[in-house]
Structure formats: structure tokens, C-alpha cells
Design a protein around this ligand. Structure first.
Ligand code: GRF
Length: 217
């Protein structure tokens, strides 16, 4: 059997995106070896999902470290120990240092709940509603030094309805995240996606606009 790309998933909470990876691997749709689930919080429910799936887990609590570089060194040590080559941030609520980001450049992905470049940062669902946008969604992107600003890989779009509140919108966005993040990871696993000179390439060609995914209702 061909070697599968060893991947770590970094979480801070519920881990539904982690579950989407676990399910996609089990379904034979994602050719990754999930070698580690790492959380900065010991109470993250995603750790239980990982354990149930037989994936090694690790807690690196940011409060145990004096500063960000020391915390990131500890993360790095865990990733090295488990020989992770791809790092998937999935609801990981810590900002990584430039050194860490550089070290994992092209191998570090994040998912953000908005149609980037719109709404980087927090509270995206409330901000979309306040702006009266007709569409919302989520973006998988390479992580670079700019917060939520790295080259975009794939976006999932969902409509915003008149009766939506931040919770209904969050649930709709989360459902589309579970469709797009395994797709992006699968492209990495197949070696089809690269980051070169700050530009995302798919099969060697620049991906000027992210791939688009829109669920059928
Ligand atoms: C997702 O909405 C993701 O976009 C954001 O954090 C949330 C994680 O959810 N970065 P889960 O822990 O995967 O359920």
C-alpha cells in the first residue's frame, strides 16, 4: 500500500471538523494517516473523538508556557515526535508565531468561518448578519504570517435567510466546513496542492481564485 501522508489535527474545542477528517479517512475518501490530535485545552471534546477513533492525543496547555515561542516550540516537539508532515488547524484558538508558521509553510492549513477576505477574525456570523449579506460560508486556506490572510484553497458558500440568527448560521456554515476541509486535505494528501512564493498552486497551476463548493439544499 502506498505511504499515506502523516497529518496532525490541532483543536481547541468540539472537533466536528476533526470528526469529518476521521469519517473521510474511514470512508476511504481521504488518504491521510491521522498521527496526532493535539489540543491546547484538556477539556476539548475533540480529544474524546480522537481517542474513540484510536488516534494518539496530546494536550499542550498554553498556560504552562511563559510565552508564545515557548508554547510553539512545545507544539513543534509534539508534531516532530509523531512525525506529522501536514498540520490541519481545526478550531485551534491560538495564534501561532511567525517562526512556527515559516517552519510549516505549505504544510499548515486552517479553516475560517467566512468567505475570506471578508470577515477575518472573530464573530463572523454576527458580522455577516449585521452587514445584511446574502451569502456566507467558510474558507480553507494556507496559513501565512497574516491572520486569516493566507492563500485560499476552497470556499463553501451558504445562503443567509431572513430568519437566521448567529446560531442557525453557524450550524449551516459548520455543515459546509465538513464538506470542504476533507476535500482540501485530500488535495494535499495527493500532493496536488502546493504553496510557492506565497501563491497556492493546484496541479502546478496558480490557483488565483479558491475552488468553490455550494451544497445542494
Ligand atoms: C469552525 O467553525 C472553524 O471554522 C473555526 O472553528 C470552528 C471549529 O469547529 N476555525 P469544530 O471544533 O471543528 O467543531
Amino acid at each position: 500500500m502506498a505511504r499515506r501522508l502523516p497529518a496532525a489535527v490541532l483543536i481547541s474545542g468540539s472537533g466536528t471538523n476533526l470528526q469529518a477528517f476521521i469519517d473521510a479517512v474511514a470512508a476511504g475518501e481521504l488518504d491521510l494517516e491521522l498521527v496526532l490530535v493535539l489540543s491546547n485545552r484538556a477539556d476539548a471534546y475533540g480529544l474524546e473523538r480522537a481517542a474513540a477513533a484510536g488516534i494518539p492525543t496530546s494536550v499542550v496547555a498554553h498556560r504552562d508556557y511563559p510565552d508564545r515561542p515557548a508554547f510553539d516550540d512545545a507544539l513543534d516537539a509534539e508534531l516532530e515526535r509523531h512525525r506529522a508532515e501536514l498540520v490541519l488547524l481545526a478550531g485551534f484558538m491560538r495564534i501561532l508565531t511567525p517562526g512556527f508558521v515559516r517552519r510549516y509553510a505549505g504544510r499548515l492549513l486552517n479553516i475560517h468561518p467566512s468567505l475570506l477576505p471578508r470577515y477575518p477574525g472573530l464573530d463572523t456570523h454576527a458580522r455577516v448578519l449585521a452587514a445584511g449579506d446574502a451569502w456566507h460560508g467558510s474558507t480553507v486556506h494556507f496559513v501565512t504570517g497574516e491572520l486569516d490572510g493566507g492563500p485560499r484553497i476552497i470556499q463553501g458558500r451558504v445562503p443567509v435567510g431572513p430568519g437566521d440568527d448567529p446560531d442557525t448560521l453557524a450550524a449551516r456554515v459548520l455543515a459546509v466546513e465538513h464538506r470542504i476541509y476533507p476535500r482540501a486535505a485530500a488535495l494535499c494528501a495527493a500532493g496536488r496542492l502546493t504553496l510557492e512564493d506565497g501563491c497556492c498552486r493546484l496541479d502546478g497551476a496558480p490557483l488565483d481564485e479558491p475552488l468553490q463548493f455550494q451544497p445542494e439544499n
